[in-house]
Ligand binder design. Structure first.
Ligand code: GTB
Length: 214
């Protein structure tokens, strides 16, 4: 049975790969698993058929036979646990890779989402001018810590893992802000992730759906 994921019918980013289906596509490509994509509109995401798969009415979802999952961290972990290439075999190294997955979504991503909120959802609010520098500094604090920890290492902890896949995916969201450029080793790290053939295939697949119409 073929794996089916859901993605935006048209992503608001016009194919920059920032919507979260890209990280799931990337994991599937790393694991060399074929998959189909069901595209959903914003309206369909809030209807019962989709809510049965995703309680919060979001994308992406993941279906494989009688298993349905939501939350990209859980989906990528599931893929990584059942297929080679995304988690180390050694038990301790595997646990550390999973810790990095949680760090990506639980420690690094939240302040980045605050920036998206400030810049897009609350752009016209009177408090945004004062709040924006605070949010940017909160992100800088985390990026600085991550940058120090990584030094010149290629990946977070030894070989590329699902931890890197999640971390690079989260950091990519920062590119339009220019913040990533302040940390050359993190910029290089993200570029290293983007250079992986599996990422390129995932990016191309979402672009084929979301590229701006001519
Ligand atoms: N924690 C969940 C997960 O990791 O799976 C979050 C899922 C989520 O936020 N999904 C978003 C969604 O469905 C799409 S990815 N939003 C619609 C809704 O909530 O009604 C977030 C996203 C959206 C758009 C861009 N963009 O255009 O740049 C980037 C990221």
């Amino acid at each position: 049975m073929t794996i089916v994921i859901t993605a935006f019918e048209r992503s608001p980013d016009g194919g920059k790969g920032l919507a979260r289906d890209t990280r799931v596509r990337w994991a599937l490509e790393e694991a060399e698993l074929p998959y189909d994509v069901r595209l959903v509109s914003f309206q369909a995401m809030k209807e019962p058929a989709h809510l049965a798969l995703h309680p919060f009415g979001q994308i992406p979802t993941f279906e494989d036979g009688d298993l349905a999952l939501f939350e990209t961290g859980a989906i990528v972990l599931h893929i990584a646990e059942h297929h080679g290439g995304l988690l180390p075999k050694d038990g301790n190294a595997r646990a550390r890779a999973i810790a990095w997955m949680f760090a990506a979504v639980n420690t690094i991503e939240p302040p980045i989402l605050e920036l998206v909120t400030a810049k897009i959802l609350e752009a016209d609010k009177p408090w945004t001018k004062d709040r924006l520098p605070l949010v940017m500094d909160r992100i800088r604090e985390r990026l600085n810590q991550l940058s120090v920890r990584m030094g010149e290492s290629a990946w977070l902890d030894g070989a590329f893992s699902a931890g890197d896949l999640m971390m690079v995916s989260v950091l990519l969201r920062l590119r339009p802000s220019g913040l990533l450029d302040e940390y050359p080793n993190l910029s290089t790290y993200v570029a290293r992730g983007e250079a992986r053939p599996a990422y390129k295939r995932a990016f191309a697949a979402q672009l084929a759906v979301n590229a701006p119409l001519p």
